[in-house]
Ligand binder design. Sequence first.
Ligand SMILES: Nc1ncnc2c1ncn2[C@@H]1O[C@H](COP(=O)(O)OP(=O)(O)OP(=O)(O)O)[C@@H](O)[C@H]1O
Ligand SMILES: [Mg+2]
Length: 363
Amino acid sequence: MAAYTYEAQRQDELSVTKGSEVSVMEKHADGWWLISATSGVGLVPGNYFAEVDDTIGGLTAVTSIVDVNGTLLNSTMEVSLPGFLLLNQRADLRVEAKLGKGGSGDIYRGTLLNPDLTRKNENHSAVAVKMIKRVPGISPENELAIFHQEVSIMWSVSFHENVISMLGYCEGPNMIVTELLDTDLMDYVQNQPQQITPPVACRILFHISRAMVEIHRIGIIHRDLKCANILLEGVASPARLRAKICDFGIARNASRPKIINQKIVSIAGFSLLYTSPETFARLVVKNLNPDPEDEKKADVYSWAIIVYEVMFRTRAWNGERPEDIERLVRSGKRPRCSKADVERDKYLNPVCDPLLFPHARWL
Ligand SMILES: Nc1ncnc2c1ncn2[C@@H]1O[C@H](COP(=O)(O)OP(=O)(O)OP(=O)(O)O)[C@@H](O)[C@H]1O
Ligand SMILES: [Mg+2]
């Protein structure tokens, strides 16, 4: 979708009006895109297409919709979502108190009214309901396509024991119904740091890595890994503690652009503290279709920031001004923790002991 009106300057260019939907036929390395619209075919600067600012939670989303042949026939939903996942909001579910909020929606506690669903939810009737909020500037059709993409990606990874398990979704308003977990890792790090002993930290990090390996193996890139997007269950007992990745709102399926006759939705966004230097650079030039292998590496960078936060039980870039973080990261700086801080910490001390880890170096 065109985010701005562009007036053609040369014969091979195309004029587009703000809000018009187009098909992207080719993306050239110099930033110009070959566009097909009802008015014809021609070149337009790539950065004229859909830009949405979502200010909640410090998240900025850049959204681009590429409709390969203008039809939703064989859509993502039809291809990937079994019918039983579409729930009946009145008959299957009661939405209750608000639990929290994120950039793309509010999370509510819900109760399942359908015994079959309760059985699927390991006999728990309590669930979490993510109520997706409307994004200004995006047509209802594209909004639904983005929503279906989140649901279909979530469904494709939901089988993994370290990924949140999805029970279904509802449309109008758009909601995703998942198992209800105890808390998220950001809350745990901030409010129960004394619980995070080295074995607990290793357990959590191992769970996240295991899920990431599997997600990447099947071609999904999460693109928004951060402590707030890791949920925890069993926090009352370290032996039962389990971490699960959630929030596939800006995830993408690396293989999808190869599928023809299908609506392709590419959404880019970032969470400041966890964004790799390469991702920052890409967002600046609005390269919305980067190499999937590079994006996997960006997930690994985010994972490393999570490791830092869990091990040091603090926020990364604590004390830095948010507006400085991008510059620091892109100039090669990384979060720091002083040696004195670690030596004072009776839990971290053995983990960071240079005798045990002779190759460990201070950042
Ligand atoms: N199944 C769940 N059980 C318990 N808490 C949950 C659950 N799902 C989400 N939450 C809480 O709600 C928060 C927001 O959820 P989620 O990350 O899915 O939303 P979002 O709008 O996509 O967030 P973001 O700001 O990352 O874009 C999580 O960080 C977590 O605290
Ligand atoms: Mg989130």
